[in-house]
Design a protein around this ligand. Structure first.
Ligand SMILES: Cc1ncc(COP(=O)(O)O)c(C=O)c1O
Length: 289
């Protein structure tokens, strides 16, 4: 964004190595002006659209090279390289689709970098970031940096996309049955304020708002329990009439999207087996801008 927060960036530069991302020349120039006025230089990467169609310059547009050259020439900035996020990998229907997304990402970045280098612009970094494609990126040449974020915990979506196994997942919500108002309905005390309302992505159909393991120490999920509906504080589950869950029973739920769940928590409990060994405050909670 426009450097309205330049004072904070300058203060942070004293404490850490910091770089910013731009996809607009006017914004880059404004940052350069702010840095020049402060007698500093700031590292910058240019965001490239590799198919997600959110932010990023179009690497194949005639003006792409021109933007790279002009940003590289700005006196207050030090162009470090190109950066992308292949968020469209989350829509892949097969592993082959996902691999194609990763290939296209590297191809898009390397081809623009090649043209920039031919024109005399130094491109030191090609930075890619997304958890579903991470396993394919490591098999290719080109990227110098990976920024998978969800990778820290994984979740039901990553299992659905073949990026993780259930055993790899490290963030779980423990929830209690608070009502069994009908034989085929169980109510848990974890709603949208706990599990978040994201749908599960992945190859094939993944219904509901999380995968329920029928006890805290249950080794495998019970796919007959479907978290059909979330209210703010309740999950309404459809279960077979023979389901044995009763009021007071505790289950373990694998969330569809762990990133948003973390941001809803003040602290995380670190467990070994079912023993709590430590508590971790979520320092970045709410720090979203
Ligand atoms: C720019 C950027 N880089 C990296 C990531 C991390 O991707 P993932 O959540 O797939 O790990 C994100 C996630 O939204 C992102 O927007």
């Amino acid at each position: 964004v426009h450097p309205s927060n330049a004072a904070r960036v300058l203060a942070l530069q004293d404490r850490t190595r910091l770089s910013i991302i731009v996809d607009d020349f006017d914004v880059a120039r404004a940052w350069s002006d702010a840095m020049t006025a402060a007698g500093r230089r700031l590292e910058v990467l240019i965001k490239v659209d590799v198919g997600f169609h959110r932010c990023g310059i179009n690497a194949y547009a005639p003006e792409a090279l021109d933007i790279v050259q002009r940003v590289a020439d700005l006196p207050g900035l030090q162009l470090r390289g190109l950066l992308s996020h292949a968020g469209h990998g989350y829509l892949a229907a097969t592993s082959a689709d996902l691999e194609a997304v990763a290939w296209r990402e590297i191809e898009t970045l390397t081809s623009l970098a090649w043209r920039a280098r031919e024109a005399g612009v130094e491109i030191a970094e090609l930075s890619v970031g997304a958890t579903p494609t991470a396993r394919f990126i490591t098999r290719q040449n080109g990227a110098t940096e990976m920024r998978p974020g969800n990778y820290v915990f994984f979740d039901r979506t990553q299992v659905g996309l073949g990026a993780a196994s259930l055993n790899d997942c490290a963030l779980w919500v423990v929830s209690t049955v608070v009502s069994r108002p009908a034989p085929t309905r169980v109510i848990f005390d974890a709603g949208a304020k706990t599990l978040a309302a994201d749908a599960c992505r992945g190859f094939g159909a993944h219904h509901g708002y999380g995968l329920v393991f029928p006890a805290v120490d249950a080794p495998s999920p019970d796919s007959s329990i479907t978290l059909e509906r979330l209210s703010e504080e309740h999950a309404t589950a459809r279960v077979p009439a023979e389901c044995t869950l009763r009021v007071g029973d505790r289950v373990r739920i694998l969330p569809n999207h762990s990133c948003v769940v973390t941001n809803l928590m003040d602290e995380l409990l670190l467990v070994e087996g079912t023993t709590v060994v430590d508590r971790l405050p979520v320092a970045a909670r709410g720090r979203i801008w």
